[in-house]
Design a protein around this ligand. Structure first.
Ligand code: G3H
Ligand code: 13P
Ligand code: ZN
Length: 316
């Protein structure tokens, strides 16, 4: 189906508006009814545009029909400013599949490939996607970081600012994810003193003025959730994210899409664990899933308002 039949929009106008008005559009990952409902309610209540992000594994988990049935059930209109986005698409086939389902935006993540192969794969996806007016995000540089509290992840491979203009011109990509020191997951760093590489971001933004840049791995990992999880039977000590002021600073430097998954996962887990720990007699899932859902709603409202500054941007 065509994404327009679901009342979705692609990201082109969203990003143009975000750049002009110095905010970022939040991309929140979801994988079931509770997470979707919490995200869309937070966006509606704050009058924020939102990108509903679905990873390949989340798509497999929900199934094509259940996912698109839920999107249909949101009863969206274009003026709501909602995009449905494939997060970290790994192949041409995966992106084509999402576009045929009704996604309005896809990411082709060729960041682990050599430059020329990444360029070629990205260009092929874009040639297909643009026939359907679907926007495409691509990536240069790879994210690195701490996989857990004891091991160190892949070595960092920051985006080379000298590559970006060639890549954007050769691919015609609509937006570009860059690596400036963030990483996926809940164990991003050992201390809050580590700074993102704003020098790299500045060089990229100078070479690509007014071009939409994307920040993955941007969860702040609220310590209140870490503490609740750890005191309610969980074990995630050492989890640490990017300080909110660093994300805010990046947003002022042409980052116009900020990806958040781990914060929502932790909020959900904290709500469920705390409710079960305090009420050992309950066994109705609706009693504890609701607590997780509320934490996701609160986290989205907080980050929309205080980090992305995308609240009240749905107004025209
Ligand atoms: O960037 C990756 C997201 O956090 C999705 O992860 O494949 O476990 O859903 P996932
Ligand atoms: P976090 O793990 O920091 O939430 O990053 C999510 C992300 O980049 C999804 O693409
Ligand atoms: Zn990501």
């Amino acid at each position: 189906m065509d994404y327009k039949d679901f009342g979705l929009v692609n990201t082109k106008q969203m990003f143009a508006d975000a750049i002009t008005n110095h905010y970022a559009v939040p991309a929140f990952n979801f994988y079931n009814m509770e997470t979707l409902d919490a995200i869309i309610s937070a966006a509606r209540d704050t009058h924020s545009p939102v990108i509903l992000a679905v990873s390949e594994s989340a798509l497999k988990y929900m199934g094509d029909n259940l996912l698109m049935g839920m999107i249909w059930g949101l009863n969206l209109r274009p003026e709501n400013g909602v995009a449905l986005h494939l997060d970290h698409g790994t192949s041409y086939e995966s992106c084509v599949h999402a576009i045929k389902l009704g996604f309005s935006s896809v990411m082709i993540d060729g960041s682990k490939l050599p430059f020329d192969a990444n360029t070629e794969l990205t260009r092929t996806v874009i040639d297909f996607a643009h026939q359907y007016d679907v926007s495409v995000e691509s990536e240069l540089g790879t994210l690195a970081g701490f996989e857990d509290e004891t091991t160190h992840g892949d070595a960092s491979n920051y985006t080379n600012p000298d590559d970006v203009v060639n890549f954007v011109n050769a691919t015609n990509t609509d937006s570009l994810a860059i690596a400036i020191g963030t990483s996926h997951g809940a164990y991003k760093r050992k201390s809050d003193n580590e700074e993102l590489r704003f020098d790299i971001l500045e060089k990229i933004a100078t070479q690509l003025p007014d071009f939409p840049l994307v920040l993955h791995g941007a969860s702040t990992v609220p310590q209140s959730y870490v503490n609740t999880i750890n005191t309610s039977g969980g074990k995630i000590s050492g989890a640490r994210g990017i300080p909110p002021e660093q994300i805010r600073h990046a947003v002022q430097m042409n980052i116009c899409k900020v990806n958040i998954d781990s914060d929502l996962r932790m909020g959900f887990t904290a709500g469920v664990r705390e409710t079960l720990a305090k009420n050992p007699e309950i066994f109705n899932p609706r009693d504890y899933l609701g607590a997780g859902q509320k934490n996701i709603y609160d986290t989205c409202v907080d980050e929309i308002t205080n980090i992305m500054k995308s609240n009240n941007q749905i107004k025209k």
